[in-house]
Ligand binder design. Sequence first.
Ligand code: CAO
Length: 430
Amino acid sequence: MALIEIKVPDVGTAEVDVVDVLIKAGDIIAAEQTLAVLETDKASMDLPSTAAGTVQEVFIKKGDKVAEGTLIATLLVSAEAPAAPEIAQPATPVSAPAAAPEPVAVAKAPAPKLPEPAPVVQAQSQASNNGKAAHATPAVRLFARELGVDISGIKTGTGRKGRILKDDVKNFVKKAMTEGFSQGGGSIPPIPAVDFSQFGDTEERQLSKIKRLTGQNLSRVWLNLPLVTYHEEADITDQEAFRVALNAEKAAGEVKVTGLIFIIKALVAAMQQFPQFNASLSPDGEKLILKKYFNIGIAVDTPNGLVVPVLRDVNKKGINEIAAELAEKSEKARLGKLSPADMQGGCLTISSLGGIGGTAFTPIVNAPEVAILGVTRAKMQPVWNGKEFIPRLMLPLDLTYDHRVIDGAEGARFMAVVKQNLSDIRRLLL
Ligand code: CAO
């Protein structure tokens, strides 16, 4: 057996605070085990042991100030144990303690040069604690990681200067388990609060109830569903010519048909061919509940936020009837007069931004539906027909689906049918 001294290595600064001592005389410790935690103004660092052994005496306590060379502890190590990897300073012989179980050779034990302590990783962004990084030692961070806790979710610790201790992590887990996922999703790190007034003038505006509820629902979907978005383009040149002609026949005041009505019909025809798109996953994820009715939700932009009125049994209705119903429901939506029943029972949703613009986006599924179709603005494009480029009106489509229910190939095949239906609306008669 040999007795070695462990001293503070070069910590890059004159003096550091001892914020935690993790060993006591008699402890059996492993190599690399943290002996103490030191802290400068900028960082915390763990002081690891370079050898395994039994702690004989500890020379520092919490609150001490130490510097390079300060004796931390003496360690009784096995004589066969490999020497400390690097010798930094000449050894100082120490006497064997009287209580040692066997005669201890007074070792010319080298004061081991400790590996360069790893500073605590400080978040550079305002990722937590109102712009301050979470304050914790690497050992506590490791402990938190092992429990799956994002340490930035713990606002302040009970340690000195708000340092997060192991007990704070344990309490955080206990609290999360008691409260469930109601507060910001349990172990999901919350978005930090930032005081924007430090950057300039600000004003607070209350979110509408619709916006708050939509936000909760979208977050729930985002966290629960593996979403994939597939992009497609349909040639709607012929459909558009028909639509324009149809609207020209209408008397003044009659509801005009927009391209969206054809999209609704094309989508429903594809759903009839692919029943898994007109379905919902059972809550236990074991079964698919197939629906025999075809109700389409339409996302409508209103001054108070997004609402989704549902058009019922669209498979049984004609173009003009659907156009009239959409006009009525979107007007009701904008006036805030939709009843809950108007917004229930949807099978798939369409989110059309085509009246505004865009080339593509990734809509979020309105779960428990399994897919949503996004639409952006159609535009004339040169399309190669094998001999020459011809101008065609191309409509961008984005299908986001729940990958637990829809495979990538199914999504692509489904969209190929939607595209065909839109390019040649005679197919809707089949
Ligand atoms: N490409 C080119 N032009 C388009 C188009 C497209 N994809 N979609 C609509 N248009 C045109 C229409 O033909 C119409 O042209 P005219 O004024 O010449 O008749 C104009 O844009 C306005 O259409 P519209 O938006 O009023 O009608 P619509 O049937 O296409 O859509 C509705 C109805 C209720 C879906 C829409 O008004 C709306 O609220 N859209 C926003 C939905 C939304 O916010 N989605 C986001 C959800 S995710 O946050």
